[in-house]
Design a protein around this ligand. Structure first.
Ligand SMILES: Cc1ncc(COP(=O)(O)O)c(C=O)c1O
Length: 386
């Protein structure tokens, strides 16, 4: 089952997976085998060597491709390995326009690795389409964006950006990690590639690291498959199994993440120690209209600025008990973090401050625990902020 005849929640459970023909096992087995026996040289069942093909990985690739309305899905050992393969499919001298608020590790790939190989990057707030006209060059190959952004939860109009890009023969990649395929499908909005750190909502239980790229462009799918095998950043079969298991409950989990996060965002907005809340589901969010059009719900990620300094933020972060102080996001459990010191430290201070990643900015990954327990936890932590 890979077509759109079924709704999301059904595809999440069944796409890419059929009962194992040799045993009837309903769950796709973990094919923990590095090589596959051939009947005669070159005559095999579609599998030769596990870096090249693996049945558990194939099931996950077909499952996620179906959820993202992609004709092809390619899985990697991490979101960063997926980003690396994507960039390696371009050459030296190619130019990229990047939304100015991307995950720190993605910025690090561009700035510390790809630039050394002659690729060029310009960063801009892509809420203004005029920025694309300003930055476009003869050699511009792709626009790379996250929406919502990490950690400022800005929303970019994927449809508009993709239309502009098509007119200029430029590709668009959307890192859809924050939304998951349950809440937003960038390919249906006109993007050419969708990327995930499956470590986050798709895995959903903070027990796996993985990455994914989906596309409807057959020649690019071919290139990415070639690089998956050639560079070798493939996910282990067990990790594919964990992501497949996560994907089955994605629709349910995202609904609960979104419900909890919206209520917490509303309460934070009214809190006297909070200066500003960034959550795309709040009507006060500057991009609320675009968010409502392109997202099915608003997700579990939110950031807020404390009316305090680094010391106040540190006291807050040290005081929560259910919200664990940790990087990453998207698991069933709630996490809290300090972007400037933790996830976004690889972005230079001047650039961080320019885009608003200040010392009093706090990011929450709101889990699916009971709402009132989560709120009580935040409430008692506010009391520790002087
Ligand atoms: C939005 C986003 N994209 C990509 C990545 C990289 O993924 P991974 O950690 O699986 O390499 C992350 C990691 O936090 C992320 O938050």
């Amino acid at each position: 089952m890979t077509d759109s005849e079924f709704e999301f929640a059904t595809r999440a459970i069944h796409a890419g997976q059929a009962p194992d023909p040799s045993t009837g096992a309903i769950m796709t087995p973990v094919f923990q085998s590095s090589t596959f026996v051939q009947e005669s040289p070159g005559k095999h069942k579609g599998y030769e060597y596990a870096r090249t093909q693996n049945p558990t990985r194939k099931a996950l690739e077909e499952n996620l491709a179906s959820l993202e309305a992609a004709s092809a899905g390619i899985c990697f050992s991490s979101g960063c390995a997926a980003a690396n393969a994507m960039m390696m499919s371009f050459g030296p001298g190619d130019h990229f326009i990047v939304a100015d608020d991307v995950y720190g590790g993605t910025f690090r790939i561009f700035d510390k690795v790809m630039r050394r190989f002659g690729q060029e990057f310009d960063y801009a707030d892509l809420r203004k389409i005029s920025e694309l006209d300003r930055l476009r060059k003869q050699n511009t190959k792709m626009i790379w964006l996250e929406s919502p952004t990490n950690p400022l939860l800005k929303i970019f109009d994927i449809k508009r950006i993709s239309q502009w890009a098509k007119e200029h023969g430029i590709l668009v990649l959307v890192d859809n990690t924050f939304m998951s395929p349950a809440l937003q499908n960038p390919l249906l909005l006109g993007a050419d590639f969708v990327l995930h750190s499956t470590t986050k909502y798709i895995g959903g239980h903070s027990d796996v690291v993985g990455g994914f790229i989906g596309t409807n462009l057959p020649d690019w799918a071919e290139k990415l498959r070639f690089l998956q095998n050639t560079l070798g950043g493939v996910p282990a079969p067990w990790d594919c199994f964990l992501c497949l298991r996560g994907s089955k409950t994605l629709a349910l989990r995202m609904a609960q993440h979104s419900k909890n996060a919206l209520e917490i965002a509303k309460r934070l907005e009214r809190h006297p120690k909070v200066e500003r809340v960034m959550y795309p589901g709040l009507e006060s969010h500057p991009d609320f209209q675009v968010a409502s059009q392109q997202m099915k719900d608003f997700g579990g990620m939110l950031s807020f600025v404390l009316k305090s300094n680094l010391q106040g933020a540190t006291s807050f972060l040290e005081s929560t008990k259910i919200f664990s102080l940790a990087e990453s996001l998207g698991g069933v459990e709630s996490l809290i973090e300090h972007p400037a010191i933790m996830t976004h430290a690889s972005i230079p201070r001047e650039m961080r401050e320019k885009i608003g990643v200040s010392d009093s900015l706090i990011r929450l990954s709101v889990g699916i625990e009971a709402l009132e327990d989560l709120w009580k936890d935040l409430d008692q932590a506010f009391e520790k902020v002087k």
